[in-house]
Write a protein that binds this ligand. Structure first.
Ligand SMILES: Cc1ncc(COP(=O)(O)O)c(C=O)c1O
Length: 388
């Protein structure tokens, strides 16, 4: 028998593994490492949510649910989205519960893309969109954003990249890895381009509640955008529920139905236990607010700390990441991250994994305790001092 790897499908063989996981796995084995690597809250899921899950198990809720997700959850979600954004989604038909935003993003891309279709993506951005678009047979057209422009994607940049193969635009703000946000006005300019060119938008708003400066505007809330937007969101970040694997997609009935068709065959439904917990999560505004205030305090510590070390740091307005420039060290972002890990046991992620224009930066998550943050900053200082 020949090499098994040769039997693996070509498009899978060619795909590189996630640059984030690589660092995560090394750090997990390393004693005393501080991880600013993975984008995951250090908080445990609030007790009320865990308790609701335990009660649901005691009551024997252990079955499949509707493919769409529990109606009670979809109703609660519909209320909550309406309250926060003013956009009303019908619980039956316009909302699909998924196993995380990860699944929702994959479903959205697979539901839309025909072979050869193009999807416009601003970079640096979250790592899963490009591979999922490729698995679906599409091509990603990358639009670089820059620190000089606060990592905002501009309507003109999107417009310049539209071709007759463009199917959709991915918007991902507040942004992972930069922490950038877009104002209502900037989003409206993009909405005008979307209308003019008759496009669809996949808007990943998983960090909507983690906005520290101004308020978040939901893209679907803009004039005419509800019908053109597949809104993706979930419970991982704001409710500290990464391990529960719960998210959702909201949008036009025909598109959500198409996504459900894929979901019913590959996933069947999201886990009932997580769905029961999520109903309680939607009542936890105070708990979310407390976590957000703590992230905001850490954000200050991190941004000030990095700037003091001469790693000039754009002020993030959302999510829980800083994206300092490491140019002053003369290292590539990969060298910086590898050496920092092996010499000082601090995990950061090379900016280049989020797109070529992320080179020269590293992503540092501040979803760790202030004590660990300070310790990490001291270690980064000693590393940088040793280089310069
Ligand atoms: C922008 C963005 N979208 C989606 C995800 C994945 O979220 P989930 O845990 O809901 O699958 C992440 C996780 O880091 C993210 O940063």
């Amino acid at each position: 028998m020949g090499m098994m790897s040769e039997r693996v499908a070509e498009r899978v063989r060619q795909m590189k593994g996630s640059g984030i996981r690589e660092f995560f796995d090394i750090a997990q084995q390393m004693e005393g490492a501080i991880s600013l690597g993975v984008g995951e809250p250090d908080f445990v899921t609030p007790w009320r949510i865990r308790e609701a899950c335990i009660f649901s198990l005691e009551k024997g809720y252990t079955s499949y649910t509707s493919n769409w997700g529990l109606l009670e959850l979809r109703e609660a979600l519909s209320d909550s989205i309406y309250k926060e954004t003013g956009v009303y989604y019908e619980p039956e038909g316009e909302l699909l519960i998924t196993t995380g935003v990860s699944e929702a993003a994959d479903l959205a891309l697979r539901a839309l893309i025909n072979p050869g279709d193009e999807v416009i993506l601003h970079e640096p951005s979250y790592v899963s969109y490009k591979p999922c678009a490729a698995f679906a047979g599409g091509t990603t057209v990358c639009v670089p954003t820059s620190v000089e422009d606060e990592f905002k994607v501009r309507a003109e940049q999107i417009e310049e990249n539209i071709t007759d193969r463009t199917k959709a635009i991915i918007l991902s703000y507040p942004n992972n890895p930069t922490g950038a946000t877009l104002s209502r006005k900037e989003l409206e300019e993009i909405a005008d381009v979307v209308t003019e060119h008759d496009l669809l938008v996949i808007s990943d708003e998983v960090y909507d509640k983690l906005t520290y400066d101004g308020t978040h505007t939901c893209f679907a809330a803009l004039n005419g955008m509800k019908e053109r937007t597949i809104l993706l969101n979930g419970f991982s970040k704001a409710y500290a529920m990464t391990g529960w694997r719960l998210g959702y997609a909201a949008g036009n009935k025909e598109i959500i139905e198409a996504m459900m068709k894929i979901h019913q065959y590959v996933m069947m439904c999201a886990p009932i236990t997580a769905q029961m917990a999520a109903i309680e999560a939607l009542r936890c505004e105070d708990e979310v607010e407390q976590m957000v205030s703590e992230y905001n305090r850490r954000r200050r510590v991190m941004v000030d700390g990095l700037n003091t070390l001469g790693l000039s740091c754009f002020e993030p307005k959302g999510a829980f990441y800083t994206f300092p420039s490491i140019e002053s060290t003369g290292l590539t972002s990969e060298e910086f991250a590898k050496r920092l890990l092996f010499e000082e046991k601090v995990v950061v992620i090379p900016g280049s994994v989020f797109g070529a224009c992320g080179e020269g930066f590293v992503r540092c998550a501040y979803a760790v305790s202030q004590y660990e943050l300070k310790e990490a900053l001291e270690r980064i200082e000693s590393f940088v001092d040793g280089i310069r």
